[in-house]
Design a protein around this ligand. Structure first.
Ligand code: G1P
Length: 286
């Protein structure tokens, strides 16, 4: 099954400057948990036990965050705050191996994924983009795994996006559809609304076969100088069937300020320790 996941976290996070100047944007919290931890937990809950961060040398805090901190744990124990220890270092992390691979040049998502090749080897693997926060009964990754089990092919999560925003995403041209899976006939990165082959946009979860690496190596940079994962997927499509599934659940684009605030309000309203107060605050403001 899928045991390895790549989480790209090397980006500059320019949309969140100055907050992201010294703190990686992936470490910005939604309530009390850094954004990247939501993706890590989604992966571990789907049975992943090796997580490969594609990171940059300055982002020490991500590594620190997923390491045990014995001194802090001891202090919590000595001050009768044992319940915090599980929050700090969830048991499920203890069975997970974390890798940190530096991406020295910011050459795009495809280039980031390519850096994981030596650790992935000949295995199918997941890619989770931590900017996209998914909340659903069955996780987005589990929804992809269902299709992967059936098809043994690459699977990509998509969701429907209005035409004003479609240019921000990879977009698929859907082919035959069958019980939740959609055969991908074509895929394009960030088309204009007129050129978009559908309203089905790639959201940040993928399951890929290792054949993608060969195609990533052959993929040329686009006009912005980036090697796009979408372009490598498009090239792989010529050799093997690739499927999409429409994600069933809520999605927050935390790479944008409005999505980040939306996620914060939405999760605060379902956090039992604060939701009543937050509801009152919102009512008072509105
Ligand atoms: C990346 C991908 C794009 C995808 C998007 C999902 O774009 O290149 O195909 O639709 O993630 O969030 P980015 O948001 O990094 O520009």
């Amino acid at each position: 099954m899928i045991k390895k996941a790549v989480i790209p976290v090397a980006g500059f996070g320019t949309r969140f400057l100055p907050a992201s100047k010294a703190t990686p944007k992936e470490m910005l919290p939604i309530i009390d948990k850094p954004l990247v931890q939501y993706a890590v937990e989604e992966a571990i809950d789907s049975g992943i036990n090796e997580i490969i961060f594609i990171t940059s040398p300055e982002k020490h805090s991500i590594k620190k965050h997923f390491k045990t901190n014995k001194d802090l744990e001891l202090r919590l124990q000595n001050t009768n705050k044992e319940e915090m220890i599980e929050k700090l270092n969830p048991k499920k992390f203890s069975k997970t191996k974390f890798y940190y691979i530096n991406q020295y040049e910011q050459n795009g998502l495809g280039h980031a994924v390519l850096q994981a090749e030596s650790v992935i080897g000949n295995n199918s693997f997941a890619v989770l983009l931590p900017d996209d926060l998914f909340i659903s009964k069955k996780s987005c990754l589990d929804q992809l795994i269902d299709i992967f089990v059936e098809k043994k092919s690459c699977v990509i999560a998509v969701n429907k996006i209005d035409e004003n925003n479609i240019h921000k995403y990879g977009v698929i041209k859907p082919g035959q559809q069958n019980q939740g899976s959609i055969k991908i006939d074509d895929i394009v990165e960030k088309p204009t609304a007129e050129d978009a082959p559908s309203d089905m946009a790639v959201c940040g979860r993928y399951i890929l076969n290792p054949a993608i690496f060969k195609h990533l190596k052959l993929t040329k940079s686009d006009k912005s100088g980036e090697i796009q994962l979408t372009d490598a997927i498009r090239s792989l499509l010529k050799e093997e069937g690739i499927y999409a599934t429409i994600y069933n659940g809520e999605k927050f684009d935390c790479g944008s300020k409005e999505g980040y605030v939306h996620a914060t309000i939405s999760l605060a309203l379902r956090d039992e320790s604060i939701n009543k107060k937050i509801k009152k605050i919102i009512q008072d403001i509105v």
